[in-house]
Design a protein around this ligand. Sequence first.
Ligand code: GLU
Length: 467
Amino acid sequence: MTIVTRFAPSPTGFLHIGSARTALFNWLLARHQGGKFLLRIEDTDRKRFTQEAVDAIFESLKWLGLDWDEEVVFQFSRADHHKEMAEKLLTEGKAYHCYCSPEELEEMRKKARAEKRAPGYDGRWRDRDPSEAPEGVEPVVRLKTPLEGVTTIQDDVQGEVTVKNDQLDDLILLRADGTPTYMLSVVVDDHDMKVTHIMRGDDHLTNSFRQKQLYEAFGWEMPQVCHIPLIHGSDGAKLSKRHGALGVEAYRNMGILPEALCNYLLRLGWSHGDDEIISRDQAIEWFTTQNIGKSAARFDMDKLINLNGHYIRQKDNSTLMELISSNLEELLERPLESHERERLIAGMEGLKERSKDLNSLAQSALIYADIIPYDFDEKAKKFVGEDSKDILMSIRACLSVVSSWDETTVESALRQLADNLELKFGKIAQPLRAALTGRSISPGIFDMMLVLGQKETLDRLDFVITL
Ligand code: GLU
């Protein structure tokens, strides 16, 4: 049997970080077993539907590298078929028309509350003759669910979970306006898409009982289910807006790499021994539902940022340059020149050691663009004032006669200069760093000068000396 998993997001405007993890797990399970990973957009809530929200899902999945097989299924486009399937159950006597008014339903709810029962429909139209139907009332269609016995789910994570059938009332399949309900659409779609494994957040666990009853009414086998504990915030409460960013896009904008986010999301609820850094290939090789944790995982931003730092350091220098180039162009408000791109690649080794996200990497990489005239941060300002002009002029004179621009020659020339001036080397390095970058923090001074080259180094010193 080829395994078929699916990801079935509702377009809400962005791809929720918890949904991204669900997508990742489904994708990994399919790829691990050489099966298919399908995508279904659950777009039946037409009041909230926007194309942008659907595009946000596509964009985020693509960015995360979670490619799907086959055409995307749009649930709303299948509504007529869902309706037909409910009508089939009606013809077979497995569903029925219910003409209850909202007042009657409210009455039932009150009664149930008073009797301390779970609120639910009492089945009063289950066996009533259709000739008793009130005039001018459009009925809903309900499933005739078993009144006795139990419904049991074998969940890959939660184990065996059972509910008594008298706790489940007769589920609505079609609303009074003839539109199918979510429960009907999900079951028909999963069946038609030949889904073999449903993996989703455990907030859907209770839906599984109702869905199982529907599978049984249709005479279909229910896919294997696997309900993953939700992600909580660092305070242990369900992840919500007050915990900060919720959408994948927001993490992308923070300068997080997709590899880091996937690795982090994978470890959030799944484990392979003590391994923290898990490549995509390893994840595909190792992923099974057996290692999914049973309790909710807590989202830890610091951990994500640290993992991101790891993946940044692992990336090759030209890829990193490409990744930050649009960010840099925004900061510079102009396109990058090709010599700047070369300089950035050459300087990337020293830059990436210090950066934990692409935005801060771009900020620190700015020093390798043509930046004259540039501003100075507060600390750097102190090193390039009038008191430092003499030292800077001496440095300029010294560097202008260095015959070979390599680390050994440049370093020994500057150390010689420090000796001659009877200064500690730091007294030269600090104003030099500030003068070359406008900043008090930068990659190593020699590394930086080599990347800048002799001419740019001298030009920057001239700019500061003549300020
Ligand atoms: N559309 C549902 C959601 O976004 C998922 C339903 C399912 O996976 O069965 O939560």
